[in-house]
Write a protein that binds this ligand. Structure first.
Ligand code: MG
Length: 159
């Protein structure tokens, strides 16, 4: 088999007094995501998509949230470690697609910076990285601004 696909999902609660990190970018907002690490749902969902493509378990198994080493961890570092794992197994990233669900703020001004950061981590061109934003039309936990979530797919090809 020359290609493998993986899917990832993550969500975090939104609270005051925390930075809102999305796709490795700090997005200015009065609420931020709560978690053991920096709680970046985009990078976490992407890690799970990459691990999922190779059936290597999930991000929680590789970076336990009970481990003090990952307290406030920069998710870019977790992501770099997952990419290393993918490369070590003889695979490379073909493309990824991400959808962030967040009621506010508007993410459009930050999308290209996220794509650039993610592309750098994945070691691919920015045109292999899609980041899309959606609100949830005020429905559910994202609609009530209780949290933020992200869905991603990743396609790997033989290096
Ligand atoms: Mg997470």
């Amino acid at each position: 088999m020359m290609v493998r696909a993986g899917f990832g999902y993550d969500s975090h609660r939104l609270v005051e007094g925390r930075p809102l990190m999305l796709g490795g970018i700090h997005v200015p907002h009065h609420l931020g995501s709560l978690g053991h690490s920096d709680a970046d749902v985009v990078l976490h969902a992407l890690c799970d998509a990459l691990l999922g493509a190779l059936a290597l378990g999930d991000i929680g198994a590789h970076f336990p949230d009970t481990d003090p080493a990952y307290k406030d961890a920069d998710s870019r570092k977790l992501m770099a470690a997952v990419v290393q794992l993918v490369h070590a197994r003889g695979w490379k990233v073909a493309n990824v697609d991400c959808t962030v669900v967040l009621e506010r703020p508007k993410l459009r001004p930050h999308i290209d910076a996220m794509r650039g950061t993610i592309a750098g981590l994945l070691q691919v061109d920015a045109d292999a990285v899609s980041v899309k934003a959606s609100t949830n039309e005020r429905m559910g936990f994202t609609g009530r601004e209780e949290g933020v979530c992200a869905y991603t797919v990743a396609l790997l090809e033989r290096a």
